[in-house]
Design a protein around this ligand. Structure first.
Ligand code: ADP
Ligand code: MG
Length: 263
């Protein structure tokens, strides 16, 4: 449903140009939870922005549901982002002057829904993340974990086909992080929604079905988990492939064996 084909992305930084992405090919299918892992500056956020139509490639093709992003107008890309993709960021990006429910309802109002309907759907979305009681609270009255759950409710309120997260637990303590990761983990399981999560943290990445390692703008290796059942079969994942790649990086899914820089 989202695909990068030999994509590069070059940025001008004054007199210097930076090659943030140097030939990445990646396919994300519906119902998959993929983590993109790599050190700071390796191009993770850029890849996520390209997948989510926040940016377009310098060369190569980025496709959403088979459509080339560069063949769309800015308006079409913005409509695509608003209606079919949910975004979750490290610092939550809630509007401080709006209450929880209003933050969640905003994407619907921007998409032209009536206030009444937006409010009803926002309530349901907040309920889904266990935060019905924060509908009339302002972000500053919430904990970090609550703000991120409101942000997740906002990302889900349009019932998107893909949820893209950039370091969603980067600003949270470990207990709260687990709650957020569990919530994200549940999304593909409760529908065909694909989740792509950027992280530099091996423990967070271990929640995913597939971990894509990025270094210096290139995919270095990929790990697919064994026990992903029907979803894995649908996306054509072979067991053989899993075994080979798991040995490459040896990311352990257990907490004890992983490194948590923030723990
Ligand atoms: P990561 O998310 O892995 O930390 P990024 O994708 O944010 O990495 O950045 C990769 C490289 O591209 C970095 O050198 C960064 O400075 C550069 N870069 C990213 N976005 C921009 C931008 N909008 N303008 C200029 N340079 C950028
Ligand atoms: Mg980043």
């Amino acid at each position: 449903m989202m695909e990068l084909r030999d994509v590069t992305k070059t940025y001008d930084q004054g007199r210097r140009t930076v090659q943030a992405v140097r030939g990445v090919s990646l396919r994300i299918v519906g119902g998959e939870f993929v983590s993109i892992m790599g050190p700071s500056g390796s191009g993770k956020s850029t890849v996520l922005h390209l997948l989510g139509a926040l940016d377009t490639p310098s060369s190569g093709a980025a496709l959403f549901d088979g459509r080339d992003l560069r063949a769309m107008s800015d308006r079409e890309r913005s409509h695509l982002r608003r209606t079919r993709i949910g975004f979750i960021f490290q610092f939550f990006n809630l509007l401080p002057t709006l209450k929880g429910g209003e933050n969640v309802a905003l994407p619907l109002l921007l998409a032209g829904k009536s206030r009444g309907e937006a409010r009803k759907l926002a309530e349901a979305s907040l309920e889904r993340v266990g935060l019905s009681d924060r509908i009339d609270h302002f972000p500053e009255e919430m904990s970090g974990g609550e703000m991120q759950r409101v942000a997740i409710a906002r990302a889900l309120v349009t019932n998107p086909e893909a949820v893209l997260c950039d370091e969603p637990t980067g600003n949270l303590d470990s207990v709260t992080s687990e709650e957020i990761l569990t919530l994200l983990r549940g999304l593909p399981e409760s529908g065909r929604c694909a989740v792509v999560m950027v992280t530099h943290d091996a423990y967070s990445a271990s929640y995913a079905d597939r971990i894509v390692h990025i270094r210096d703008g290139r995919i270095e290796s990929e790990v697919r988990k064994h026990n992903i059942g029907a979803r894995g079969q649908e996306s054509g994942i072979k067991d053989q492939e899993s075994r080979e790649t798991v040995q490459d990086t040896g990311i352990a899914p257990s907490r004890a064996a992983s490194v948590r820089p923030d723990a």
